[in-house]
Ligand binder design. Structure first.
Ligand code: BES
Ligand code: ZN
Length: 891
């Protein structure tokens, strides 16, 4: 009886929940076709006025219309009913019906407006029923230019204000009342009324620019856009200056505030290369009449793919074409390529709903290195891709991971979809499928898919069906098994038997506590390394072995050729030692990165000893590829910080010094015309040895740092930039007040956004408690831009030496700190709590954030707790192993 009642109460609760969630969606039956928007921002009073007409199609007669609106004040809403023939929209470039035609309906109905702030909706109720068919809504409203970096917001420099937009995922409704769902596409006519000295940039090109309507203003009208989703609309107002170029006949501009226009050249060159590359790759030409890319002084994300009008945070677009270093340029080129890929994947073809966000972000992630890798092969993007894949596999091996496609209905849930699964996992799964099908077959499938859904929407099935039809291979089975199941497959191999290699599939968890869950299986292409093209076999959940010819002509049995497979592998001892013996000669750098990743993961899950991992590290210590050593260095940091006891830490440092000093020495001093990779490698080894308190490196760091900050020798040309950066980071760890003040000055005064944020991050490296406090006070004071505050906090929380003090400070000063965070950066800070490694702190974190809710951070908090648990497990299971390994290294 009791159970019955609880069950039915539960059912009611679930139904109620389902209803509220469902109610966040707009009612069906009303489809927008065209928006005409006139906006008049006032940059002084931080307000704006909007005049809007929306042409909608009603499926059935109705007395009311509901759309999205948030923090908007409505002045008046009317509905006009017009003869259908008056409308001729739908084609790119077609002219909208002029306003006067609308006025021909002499009897507009005036709406009664009700607002539902919680649902971010407005309902217009009309005295008489509106007929089925076309209706035009005419809306006059006002709003505030907010300081929350979303919707229509104010972005400030020392000298002036800008009015700019960021709408994805659900903030278009804060700038214009709209049917704010990605499948409700429409065309747009945008008009902006701005100060005489200012300009405006929007999705389409300017078609007219006239003085008025009042003195001191001019009116800019933009061309009609193609059909597009609400979240891709953009309008930016201010005194932007641009550099201009052209690619495949498309005019491209890269714009910034006037003082920074010198830094736009590199991004322009990137965009020119990428546009031409994509035109050819997709077999579909870039569709907009122009492409603008604009750096904004305050910007929450890295960049945003608004159709024809991409916005960036300054550090992701602006870099000195001559003096800028390669990592900065790589970052800019990659972000540019990511956002430009979205012009096809996302803007022309959009996911039907946010549950399939991966169709946007996974594709852009997979695509972002492609054109740049071709442009600059020496930047070695395949190795970066291998590192990202490794990190993603670890993320996805946590208990709290999610499926690639996942339900998301409320704005908070939708915001939380922008995570390592939508980006990293989806990108990696796409990369695996491409590698299995072959580049050209895959490209053709991509083309077919896009072509079939231009200016419309698509689902996961649309994509994998297109690839299946084109390739005649089971892409649908492969992709659906990765998109609808959570987690990472572990392939455990046995010794080869005639004609096949036995293999067992299970779900891999990073933590030994979870154990090896059976029952999940994937359809996965497994590619074996050979002397030539890899041999791929599709392993299904039913298979227990891979059929293979006796002699595949392989140097070793390595079951993840090219390192593109989305799985972990476990070999037999015999197989593993054969691989180990040939790792440096027979495997490619991405394969070695994968091998290191698998080995780490097996140790973390308790399947092997951290000693085995460290043996592999020592085997690979002379690897000439920076990315391989970078992978190593990051894990050594974890060992040092989370596994080693205090005493073992000192011993570990001694081993590292002994092993890596000669490797570093062999690199010699920086030479002119050295490869980028070699420079990076030196920087990584320098940091590794600096962390290991190598006396020679520490004193070299001091000397180099002195030269960096030598006021009499500004821009010392003989300094190697990579080494100088590493030196400043090492010195800052042990730095005093005097050095701190110098770094602080750069973070405040530099006119180069990259240099400025680097300095800000360097501040977080100082470990003296008095300086840590100064940094925290600085962030809490509001003097750091909201877009950057979180990076400082996250860096302080990640460092073993500073995280406790930072955590105490955050708890004590939460209101001040929280006020410095935006929606997504609040979640970043919550995520960084995952760096703790004790049960006490885990409980503190859980308790604190239960009382101090952070928006859109629910899953992030669960993941952080998960990470702490995993870390505690890792220490428990490996502390002794590490101790023993260190003992074995004693001589
Ligand atoms: N569409 C996103 C921007 C975005 C992110 C909007 C989160 C709303 C919420 C954009 O394409 C993107 O992915 N930007 C990345 C940079 C990219 C190179 C990974 C970002 O902002 O970090
Ligand atoms: Zn993206």
């Amino acid at each position: 009886m009791y159970v019955r009642r609880t069950v039915s109460a539960f059912v009611v609760l679930v139904l109620m929940l389902a209803f509220t969630v469902q109610a966040q969606r707009l009612p069906t039956g009303v489809r927008p076709e065209h928006y005409a928007l006139t906006l008049t921002p006032d940059l002084q009073t931080a307000t704006f006025r909007g005049e809007e007409t929306i042409d909608v199609m009603l499926d059935a007669p109705s007395k009311s219309i509901t759309l999205n609106a948030a923090e908007i004040r409505f002045d008046e809403v009317k509905a006009y009913v017009l003869p259908v023939a008056a409308y001729t929209y739908g084609k790119l470039g077609s002219q909208p019906v002029p306003l006067s035609a609308m006025q021909s309906d002499k009897h507009p109905q005036i709406a009664k407006i009700t607002l539902d702030a919680a649902k971010e909706q407005a309902t217009f109720r009309f005295p008489e029923e509106l007929p089925a068919g076309k209706v035009t809504l005419e809306i006059r409203y006002t709003g505030a230019l907010n300081d929350k970096l979303r919707g229509f917001y104010l972005s400030k420099t020392k000298t002036r204000n800008y009015a700019v937009t960021q709408f994805e995922p659900t903030d278009a409704r804060r700038a214009y009342p709209s049917f704010d769902e990605p499948a409700l596409k429409a065309t747009y006519d945008i008009t902006l009324i701005v100060d005489s000295g200012d300009t405006a940039i929007s999705n389409a090109n300017i078609v007219s620019d006239k003085a008025g309507p009042v003195a001191g203003k001019h009116t800019l009208r933009f061309a009609t856009t193609p059909k597009m989703s609400t979240y891709l609309v953009a309008f930016l107002v201010g005194d932007f200056k641009c550099s201009e170029g052209k690619s495949d006949g498309v005019p491209i501009r890269v714009c910034s505030t006037p003082d920074k226009v010198e830094l736009t050249k590199f991004a322009l060159e990137s965009a020119k290369y990428v546009l031409h590359y994509y035109d050819a790759y997709f077999g579909i030409k870039y569709p907009m009449p122009k492409l603008d890319m604009v750096a904004l002084p305050d910007f929450e994300a890295g960049a945003m793919e608004n159709f024809g009008c991409i916005t960036y945070r300054e550090t992701d677009l602006l870099v000195d074409a001559k003096a800028g270093d390669v990592p900065e340029k790589k970052r800019v080129a990659e972000v540019v390529a990511h956002e430009m890929a979205h012009q096809w994947f996302g803007d022309m073809v959009t996911m039907q709903w946010w549950d399939n966000l991966w169709l946007n972000e996974g594709f852009a992630t997979w695509m972002e290195t492609k054109p740049v890798a071709e442009w600059h092969p020496e930047w070695k993007f395949p190795q970066d891709d291998a590192q990202s894949l490794d990190e993603t596999l670890n993320l996805d091996a946590q208990k709290t991971t999610r499926t690639i496609r996942a339900t998301a209905d409320t704005p908070d849930e939708i915001n939380e979809m922008f995570d390592g699964i939508a980006y990293g996992k989806a990108g990696a799964v796409i990369g695996m499928v491409e590698s299995y099908l072959g580049k050209e077959v895959f490209r053709q499938g991509v083309h077919n898919y896009l072509q079939a859904h231009l200016y419309a929407n698509a689902t996961a099935e649309d994509f994998w069906n297109a690839q299946t039809v084109n390739s005649h291979l089971p892409v649908d089975k492969i992709m659906s098994s990765f998109v609808t199941q959570p987690g990472v497959p572990l392939l455990t191999f046995s010794e080869r038997q005639t004609g096949n290699v036995p293999v067992m599939q299970s779900r891999f968890f990073l933590s030994s506590a979870v154990g090896n869950k059976k029952g999940q299986g994937w359809t996965v292409p497994v590619c074996l390394k050979t002397n030539g093209q890899p041999i791929c076999r599709v392993l299904t959940p039913e298979d227990a072995s891979l059929p293979l010819p006796m002699d595949v002509g392989a140097p070793v049995f390595y079951a993840n050729a090219a390192g593109k497979g989305y799985y972990r592998t476990a070999y037999t001892r015999l197989q593993f030692s054969a691989i180990l013996a040939k790792a440096e000669t027979a495997l490619t750098p991405p394969e070695r990165i994968g091998l290191l990743g698998d080995s780490w993961a097996l140790a973390a899950s308790g399947r092997s000893s951290i000693g085995d991992y460290l043996d592999l590290v020592m085997e690979l210590k002379q690897d000439p590829n920076a990315a391989v050593l970078d992978t190593v260095q990051k894990k050594i940091e974890v060992i040092d910080s989370d596994i080693a006891t205090k005493q073992d830490r000192a011993e570990l440092a001694a081993v590292l010094r002994r092993q890596f000093e000669p490797v570093y020495a062999a690199l010699g001093t920086p030479a002119k015309k050295e490869s980028f990779d070699r420079q990076q490698l030196r920087g990584i080894l320098f940091q590794l040895l600096g962390d290991a308190e190598d006396p020679a490196v520490l004193s070299q760091a001091q000397q180099l740092t002195a030269r960096v900050f030598d006021v009499n020798n500004k821009k010392d040309k003989t300094l190697d930039a990579t080494l100088a950066d590493a030196a400043v980071l090492v010195s800052a760890n042990n730095g005093d007040h005097a050095l701190y003040e110098k770094v602080l000055a750069v973070s405040k005064n530099s006119s180069d956004p990259g240099e400025q944020t680097d300095a800000l991050r360097t501040l977080a490296r100082f470990r003296d408690p008095a300086l840590v406090k100064q940094t925290l006070d600085y962030v809490a004071s509001g003097a750091v831009r909201n877009q950057d505050s979180w990076t400082v906090l996250v860096a302080l929380l990640r460092d073993r030496e500073t995280r406790d003090q930072t955590w105490t400070y955050i708890q004590k000063n939460w209101d001040k700190v929280h006020a410095q965070l935006t929606v997504s950066s609040g979640a970043e800070v919550v995520g960084a709590m995952g760096s703790f490694c004790t049960v006490r702190q885990r409980d503190e974190v859980a308790g604190f954030f239960a009382d101090h809710k952070v928006d859109a951070a629910e899953r992030t908090l669960a993941k952080a707790i998960d990470s702490i648990n995993d870390c505690v497990q890792l220490r428990d299971s490996q502390e002794l192993n590490l101790h023993q390994w260190l003992a074995s290294q004693r001589r």
